[in-house]
Write a protein that binds this ligand. Structure first.
Ligand code: MIG
Length: 623
């Protein structure tokens, strides 16, 4: 059951697709605090699930989170915000219910951080719709919530293949070499991602004329080898007279404006740029049509980046900063002045002052960006999805960095700039649980880690987990050590793991479709399947995948075994050097050896494995 309480919402966010009548009275079981917060006393056993992409445990109790879409490349445990704003959570205590706080602005979830027995959820200002969702089971609460927010995006079947990406591939040759090395190693590969360097001067919907002299022919050549090219599109548009996307958008008034009605100018990769007003339906539609420049070249998938929106600086902020620094230059230099100089520039990045200084022109009125910040990436995804379905005649592969609940109907998300750290394997597993509750089924993390240098053992362990994530993409930052499956000498070990992914696709794909069509979860914490099992409820490093599979990856450096909890008797499946063996195990705790390169998972009923696919240049394009 869903009960809705309404507190003069500012704008309809579009997250909800079902009409629910507003209830009067108190938002039970919360009590409303004087300063507009929602308070709940949590009993000792109460666990808290949800919050989508948010980091830390599957049980979110004990920390504080702020929904504020943020470009932050350091996902350390002390962070409160990442790229997504996913305001749905479930309290699982003596009282059990779900709650969705539907508002476009900032909101903080103090889940037993200030006082371990109290949750306080505090929107910056009390303009929101609150949905309280009840159900007999945790799964029922999730599916009830999902019926409220609409069906999850389903990508094309080929998107379940393995993809390689790297910020640092610059030319057609870099991409072809990568494809060749995968082929030479006999490792299947379905997608190669193009990062910002394929563009001409970082201009969206352009292709660098020397680096990719004939992208259409190249895309065709790759597709004939079973590999799709997936280019990146950034949110901001370079301000450059003569660049048609800028000229047209400017002329039609489709970019976000300052209080005086001038385009608000921000600095991102292309230098001085402007921001498409995705909250204006006409502007959004227009931006979507620009993808045609690339679909005309045979492109069928995209990833959308920098759409928090991430800002390095703004023209206005930069001018002010230079003035401040000039003033400090005259003052006697001491440590404080020095830090003042340094911080003046650092503060420009993703500055809330900027977010307050530009405006959206929506059918529901004009809003300062700050007030609707969390909707920007969502609307960019919607813009791309709707246009691409039209242009391609079928859904594209599409995923985004920033998101709000509702965006799950139009694309997937990846978890952004993680690092080549062991802890980020576990972090990614835990994020998948929260994301699935919020409808973001097509997700994954940069395999091997984005920032920092990856090692062979880290990549092996990471892939052994990520072969179960719907989006399986190896991606790394510019300047980091190469971390492709061929980068560490011996390629056999990676071939076996990636082949296993392809062998599991029939199962994984149908589990995914079932979750999407039935408002279910592809990844579930054990607590969701074994509600009466007190041990299952505490397991933070295993997940159920589909109806009959459970994973328990290794995420500790040098570990060659781990404890695994079986809530019921299961079959252990072990892949060792490409060979599969099985063993029946009793319920309870097991200490399972998992030497580097073995993949071990568990099933409750037999699941089919496809024949191995091998990468050959003559592939029929279906792998
Ligand atoms: O400011 O396009 O998260 O995946 O490689 C960095 C370059 C911009 C951030 C994305 C990352 C991508 C990178 N981008």
């Amino acid at each position: 059951m869903i009960t809705r309480y309404s507190y003069s919402p500012m704008i309809e966010t579009g997250a909800v697709v079902r009409e629910i009548t507003v209830s009067a009275g108190a938002p039970e079981p919360f009590t409303l605090t004087e300063d507009g917060g929602f308070l709940l006393r949590m009993d000792e056993k109460c666990r808290v699930y949800g919050l989508g992409e948010a980091i830390r445990g599957i049980n979110k109790r004990g920390w504080v989170y702020t929904s504020w879409c943020s470009d932050d490349p350091f996902h350390t445990e002390d962070k409160r915000s990442l790229y997504g704003a996913h305001n749905f959570l479930i309290f699982d205590g003596e009282v059990r219910f779900g709650a969705f706080f539907d508002l476009p602005g900032k909101i903080t979830f103090d889940l037993g951080y200030t006082d371990s027995d109290t949750a306080v959820i505090k929107p910056e200002s009390l303009h929101l719709d609150l949905y309280i969702i009840t159900g007999d089971t945790l799964k029922a609460i999730v599916s009830e919530f999902r019926s409220l927010i609409g069906k999850s995006y389903i990508p094309p079947a080929w998107a379940f293949g393995y993809g390689q990406s790297r910020w640092g591939y610059v030319t057609e040759k870099d991409i072809r070499d990568c494809a060749d090395r995968y082929r030479d190693a006999g490792i299947p590969l379905s997608m190669l991602y193009l990062d910002i360097d394929y563009m001409d001067s970082f201009k969206d919907f352009t292709v660098h004329p020397e680096r990719f002299p004939d992208l259409k022919a190249f895309a065709q050549e790759m597709k004939a080898r079973g590999i799709r090219l997936i280019p990146i599109i950034d949110a901001a548009v370079k301000r450059e007279a003569g660049y048609s996307v800028y000229d047209e958008g400017h002329e039609k008034g489709y970019f976000c404006k300052d209080a005086d009605g001038e385009d608000y100018v921000v600095g991102v990769w292309p230098g001085m740029s402007v921001l498409p007003d995705f909250l204006n339906p006409e502007a959004s539609k227009w931006f979507g049509q620009q993808y045609k420049a690339l679909t005309d070249l045979g492109i069928e998938g995209f990833w959308n980046d920098m759409n928090e929106p991430a800002l390095f600086y703004s023209e206005r902020g930069l001018n002010d900063a230079f003035k401040e620094i000039k003033d400090l230059e005259e003052a006697p230099l001491d440590a404080l002045n020095f830090f003042g100089v340094r911080d003046t520039l650092v503060r420009l990045q993703n500055s809330e002052d900027d977010y307050k200084r530009f405006w959206h022109d929506t059918p529901q009125g004009k809003f300062s960006h700050y007030d609707v910040h969390n909707l920007y990436g969502y609307h960019m995804t919607k813009s791309a999805y709707e246009a691409l379905c039209d242009l391609l005649g079928e859904p594209p592969l599409l995923f985004s960095r920033a998101s709000y609940i509702g965006a799950h109907r139009y694309g997937g998300i990846w978890t952004g700039d993680n690092s080549s750290w062991w802890g980020h394997i576990l972090q990614s597993l835990q994020q998948m649980a929260g994301l699935n509750m919020c409808g973001f089924l097509f997700s994954g993390s940069d395999i091997g880690g984005f920032g920092g240098d990856c090692t062979r053992d880290l990549l092996i362990r990471w892939m052994s987990f990520a072969l179960f994530t719907p989006l399986m993409r190896n991606h790394a930052a510019f300047g980091t050590r190469s971390q492709e499956a061929f980068a560490f000498g011996d390629t056999e070990v990676f071939r076996h793991i990636i082949e296993l992914r392809y062998r599991l696709i029939p199962y994984l794909h149908s589990a995914f479709e079932k979750a999407a069509k039935e408002d279910g979860m592809y990844f579930r914490p054990l607590a969701f399947d074994y509600e009466d099992d007190e041990i299952a409820a505490t397991v933070e490093d295993q997940l159920m995948v589909g109806d009959s599979l459970m994973i328990a990856p290794i995420y500790v450096q040098n570990a060659v075994a781990r404890h695994v909890y079986l809530p019921e008797p299961m079959t252990q499946i072990r892949m060792h050097e490409g060979e599969i063996s099985t063993e029946e195990l009793k319920e309870g705790w097991h200490y399972i050896p998992v030497p580097l390169g073995d993949v071990v998972y568990f099933t409750t009923s037999p699941i089919p494995l496809a024949e191995p696919v091998v990468n050959t240049a003559e592939s029929d394009g279906n792998n």
